[in-house]
Design a protein around this ligand. Sequence first.
Ligand code: NAD
Length: 319
Amino acid sequence: MNNMKNITVVGTGVIGNGWITRLLANGYNVTASDPDEKAEARTRDTVSRAWEKMEKMGLAKGASQDNLSFEPDLAKAVANADFIQENVPEREALKQTVIAEIDKHAPEETVIASSTSGILPTVIQEKCTRHPERMLVAHPFNPVYLMPLVELVGGEKTESKYIERARNFYGGIQMKPLIVRNEIEGHIADRLMEAIWREGLHIVNDGVATTEEVDASIIYGPGLRWALMGPFMTLHMGGGPEGMRHLLKQFGPALKLPWTKLEAPELTDELAEKVIEGCEAQTGDIKMDQLEERRDDFLIELQQLLEKYWPGANLNGQL
Ligand SMILES: NC(=O)c1ccc[n+]([C@@H]2O[C@H](COP(=O)([O-])OP(=O)(O)OC[C@H]3O[C@@H](n4cnc5c(N)ncnc54)[C@H](O)[C@@H]3O)[C@@H](O)[C@H]2O)c1
């Protein structure tokens, strides 16, 4: 752990609680802030349920669920923070107000990171009157306590030294920080996921397959390979000994067809029902917390497997 000790997490829903769990497991003191009076009980329950997983992943020295305190007053919550992670609902005006308030009260060198999935950092930092240069986006993936990727994105006013500081911080809590060179809607991974989701909706809408069949096409197909290699390396291997060079010759022209529809289908009531009923039929009697349990155990073993077969996952030590 570096010299940062006290982390403040603002907004303790699905994502905030994921951050809190990861931070506590990595030995930090966490101050949480959320106006909802049920928030504290919900957070403590979430952390305690996930703790066994964190033990499997390996706890840092001094890690304890007791290193968590709640402070509903935002100004007090951030006053002594060494690093701040914001996770309030995805609404532009709310993000701007909360981040500006944090900027007003946080120590001047403290990084303020937002978990936003889709709002650009330039927009979020617009209302900061003191130090917008230490504000950036750090976009995680659910469940944050197990998923290593975090996308770091600076806005027009962000200074690179804070991105560097954030990269070191997240690397220190067993994450893979990926610096996004230019701010774009949806950053990188969500943009890719949205493309697949959009095509999946077309396939269901056109009656070609059920939600279960679409999921199976990923689970037993590309999903298995993607866990190791991602889309580019997967295609590189599909080109035989010449790799991507041959593959582009063979399949490049097909990009002109194209196979995909690019625009999302209209989300009609009928399509929404089809998708909801499809997912509910897939889960059957299994409850959401049982599914989470299964997903978490799987993710732990999968990461161990990835580390065994491709340590650093071909990132040449960049991440
Ligand atoms: N859910 C995901 O899969 C996911 C993944 C990555 C990033 N994100 C991003 O994380 C952020 C939070 O998403 P979520 O899914 O955890 O939302 P959520 O609705 O589960 O939680 C939001 C929390 O913020 C609290 N809140 C509301 N106003 C507040 C305020 N003024 N100050 C402090 N707390 C306040 C709410 O009480 C609630 O506990 C969003 O920006 C979202 O885009 C979500």
